[in-house]
Design a protein around this ligand. Sequence first.
Ligand SMILES: [Zn+2]
Length: 207
Amino acid sequence: MVWGHASVRDPDGRGVWMKAAGYAFEEVTEDRVVLVSSRGEVLDGRGERHLEYPIHTELMAARPDVNAVVHTHAQAAVAFASLGVPLRAISHDAISFLDPDVPRFNDTGNLITTEDQGKALAACLGDAAGLLIPNHGLVTVGDTPAVAVMLAVLLARACDTQLRAIAANGPAEWSSDDEVREKRATITTPGFFTAGYAYLLRRAAGG
Ligand SMILES: [Zn+2]
């Protein structure tokens, strides 16, 4: 609905451009984004900033390779995280997150609203592509918006797929660590992310 958020790094180093609060992802337009400093000040743009801005500012501060961050409260991710079981490579969707398992941020299930919480979240993420926040949601990162957005979609799908398998008394099998590495080399190429993202943009535009 309206509670997740996405951001990109400001090219001039002033902070991060975030979706303004009160809008769903599909409602974001050029005038519904705000430039937020590392201290949470709104420097440019129109609208309210989300309370959870430290997710974005602190992850980008900790990860120079990251230029985009996505945070959602995807139901499948929250339901899956509540089970406390490892994420398994039972679909292509999961393979970006298994080193060997998707990290879980267990400091709090409440909102991430302080710089210290954002720093702790960044420490939990390490060099991973994303993490789960039990009782809350998911976070993914990328060098481009295409990668961060697609990883958020894929992590939620991976959780949903495993929930379906668990509901059918599985999973009984999943890809080995070696096959996960092989799949990463053949599947999750830059073109994979940009193709999926381009489709989402066409769909959002109604095309
Ligand atoms: Zn949240």
